[in-house]
Design a protein. Structure first.
Length: 343
């Protein structure tokens, strides 16, 4: 997948860590910290995880803490939700979020609604995690983004990391949270190295849920994104900077609850907004951001309509050239920025 944009020689105390290793580190630290935490899912134990996220954890923690399940999302998700209601803190891995659809009754009707329907007396501290959105060459049934689906549902928290720091900090925060959290990772980011500070590699490091991060300061246009497209936004910003256009790039990190305040403050500064996501356009994350800006005070600062860059409104094709045309590319972001700036 290549190196993440903007990386250079590490400074003192800074290491290059892949997203895969950051997730593995987070799981290891939380399993060690709290004996109520356990991991379950397909291939997570003896095979070290389909994507090697749980590498070494079964050997270290054994059968009771790292559990291989049958290929039955409905079954093992139900087991995990029940375990959370009984006081454990499960981490439920989906080999791809596309097949969380098999368990959506458990995720929404059982996990998301129980705290509210029990008047707060039953907490469901569970994390649903795994790869989300488009990978490469796996067609429609393995390429869907669920950020809008799960972000739609009250009772859930939904996080979507980009960098290794995001991945580690958000996973640790999610495991420690008393609410059900959906963590939408990206398979194409697993092998990508990012710089991680000494602080981010400590056992106490968490990224607060519900707080976006400004990845690049800018004055002309606000780019808001999450997951892998954050990297595309930074690449587009680097190209546009050579043409005198300074983009402010916001990494949402959390889909629900959404950090609208950070986006509003940026729009007040730049007067222009472009949202970027890999998911479909209709009822998407970008649509929600645009609506929130429209309804709030920052709308008065917009000098042009907000523009959305999204995936194409079709099930993902298998052919590579069609797939490339269905996923937002750097050129699409540059085009959208120039359109909103009228240049």
């Amino acid at each position: 997948a290549g190196r993440a944009p903007g990386l250079h020689c590490p400074a003192d105390g800074v290491s290059q860590v892949t997203v895969r290793d950051a997730l593995n580190q987070a799981l290891d630290e939380e399993l060690e910290r709290d004996e109520r935490v356990f991991l379950l899912g397909e291939e997570v134990a003896q095979y070290d995880g389909a994507y090697k996220i749980s590498r070494g954890l079964w050997k270290k923690y054994g059968d009771k803490r790292v559990i291989d399940t049958p290929i039955s999302e409905m079954g093992f998700t139900g087991i995990a939700v029940g375990a959370a209601m009984a006081g454990l803190r499960p981490v439920c891995e989906f080999m791809t979020f596309n097949f969380s659809m098999q368990a959506i009754d458990q995720v929404i009707n059982s996990a998301a609604k129980t705290c509210y329907m029990s008047a707060g007396s039953i907490a469901v501290p569970i994390v649903f995690r795994g790869p989300n959105g488009a990978s490469a060459g796996v067609a429609a049934q393995h390429s869907q983004c669920f950020a809008a689906w799960y972000g739609h549902c009250p009772g859930l928290k939904v996080v979507s990391p980009w960098s290794s720091e995001d991945a580690k900090g958000l996973l640790k925060a999610s495991i420690r949270d008393d609410n059900p959290v959906v963590m939408l990772e990206n398979e194409l980011l697993y092998g990508v190295p990012f710089e991680m500070s000494e602080q981010a590699q400590s056992k106490d490091f968490v990224v607060p849920i519900g707080k976006a991060k400004i990845e690049r300061q800018g004055t002309h246009v606000t780019l808001v994104s999450h997951s892998r497209p954050v990297g595309h936004c930074l690449e587009a910003a680097a190209v546009l900077a050579k043409e005198g256009v300074e983009c402010e790039v916001i990494n949402l990190r959390t889909i629900r609850p959404m950090d609208v305040e950070t986006v509003e403050a940026s729009v007040v500064k730049t007067n222009h907004l472009v949202t970027v996501e890999g998911g479909w356009p209709q009822f998407g994350v970008g649509a929600e951001i645009c609506a929130r800006i429209m309804e709030g005070s920052a709308f008065n600062y917009l000098d042009a309509p907000a523009v959305r860059v999204t995936g194409a409104d079709v099930p993902m094709p298998y052919a590579k050239i069609l797939e490339d045309n269905c996923i937002p590319q750097v050129k699409d972001i540059i085009f959208a920025v120039k359109k909103t700036l009228n240049i």
